[in-house]
Design a protein around this ligand. Sequence first.
Ligand SMILES: [Zn+2]
Length: 293
Amino acid sequence: MAVGPERGSIPAGTLWGYGLPSIPVGRHKVAIVADITTVKLLSVLAILAALFSLALGGLATAQAVPLPRPRPGQISTAAPTPEGTAEEAAPSACRLRLTAELAVAPSLPALIGPGECAVEDAVRLEAVWLADKTRVTVTPPAVVRCSFAEAIVRWVREDLAPAVRPMGGPPKSVDNYDAYDCRGRNRMVGAKLSEHGKGNALDVRSLRLANGTVLELTDPQVAKEFRDRVRKDACARFSTVLGPGSDGYHESHVHVDLAERAGGYRMCQWDVREPGEEAAQVPLPPPRPAAAP
Ligand SMILES: [Zn+2]
């Protein structure tokens, strides 16, 4: 018959599980067994610790291996977006006034040019809507500052459209010979910055009507009454109007801008000529660069 453990004794090899020989149990002996067990436990812990540090070492080694550089396409070039960027900025008062009912004029990012050729609040004026929903295209679209686009829109709606009605209107398109263009006046290098460089000017050669008629503003063959009317309206609306007879650079187109001058000085220089007068002695301007719109 098997002898079971006595009450109060600790059967070695069963309770501790380390295969220790059975030792008569007393308070003192238990302490020895505990010490031996502690040593064994510490050994196991040390082994575990060694294994753990080995594993860590392996991990550290893995981390030390340099990673391949990201391909150029993987490098993020997106700059952090600070709050209050242009896209998030509140629209200008002009932008709010220049509605889709008046014009097709999407906003552009600020124009950054050399020197003073910087334009905030730029738009691409593509078309003007007349009150009767007639679309008047700006050909090609004119990049100008919003306030100047607004002036052009009003000019087309309030002055040009009524003026061309008797001529075979309504208007279909307005020719944009030049709009935003970072350059000196009359394309002279070193000259004072043109209003074109500020997105504050437009050169117009002609208006095309819905019936196909093309009205050249500087053509003496075009009804003088019509051209007189356009000149009078333009000079009332814009602070600068330059046409034939002004300086030799505007014989084939009319320049309008909203230059601000001391004392509100305005320039209205456009000789509306009769047929035969076009031979008036004026200096011929140099040819325009081919790239000019
Ligand atoms: Zn001009």
